[in-house]
Design a protein around this ligand. Sequence first.
Ligand code: S3P
Length: 174
Amino acid sequence: MNRNISLVGFMGTGKSAIGRNIAKELGYDFVDTDRHIECEMGKSISEIFSELGEKEFRKIESKYLKDLLNNEKKVIATGGGIVLLKENRMLLKEKTFVVSLKAKPKTIYYRIKRNKKRPLLNTQKPYKKINQLLRQRKGLYDFGDITVVTDYNTIEALAKNITNYYKSYIAKHS
Ligand code: S3P
């Protein structure tokens, strides 16, 4: 296993906030795949979805994920749908220590409701859509080396726990 950490999980489970803290703790680089794609393409995720469609976005996401995994010592906060492609799940499992984040639909809803930047949740009934997508993606986030519930603890506490677990995992496996 390379020394990379990835965070997978549904939208609003805390991947970016927790990932940024883990990177700080470890002195690794932090990358958010969505922000990286936006920077590289010069377009927002919403623009990519509306101009090229979700299927094309998934291809773009996969390509940039592969590029990012050529390096080590990165903490990668992935987009919530990256797990839809089996090749991405396999690549993450092979090349990173995978942190799977979980949260209740209600928590997700309260975290995302003011942010209009997620095209899939830009609907009249976002709570219903969250539940529908969670059902469709059932099991797809369950390949983590560690699974962490993010409803109740602070970002800092969660990041610290994950970092400690990662350090002991590395010590055991190297
Ligand atoms: C998506 C999640 C988003 C972003 C895009 C699609 C998804 O990332 O990649 O809007 O399909 O779950 P976040 O999980 O960082 O919000």
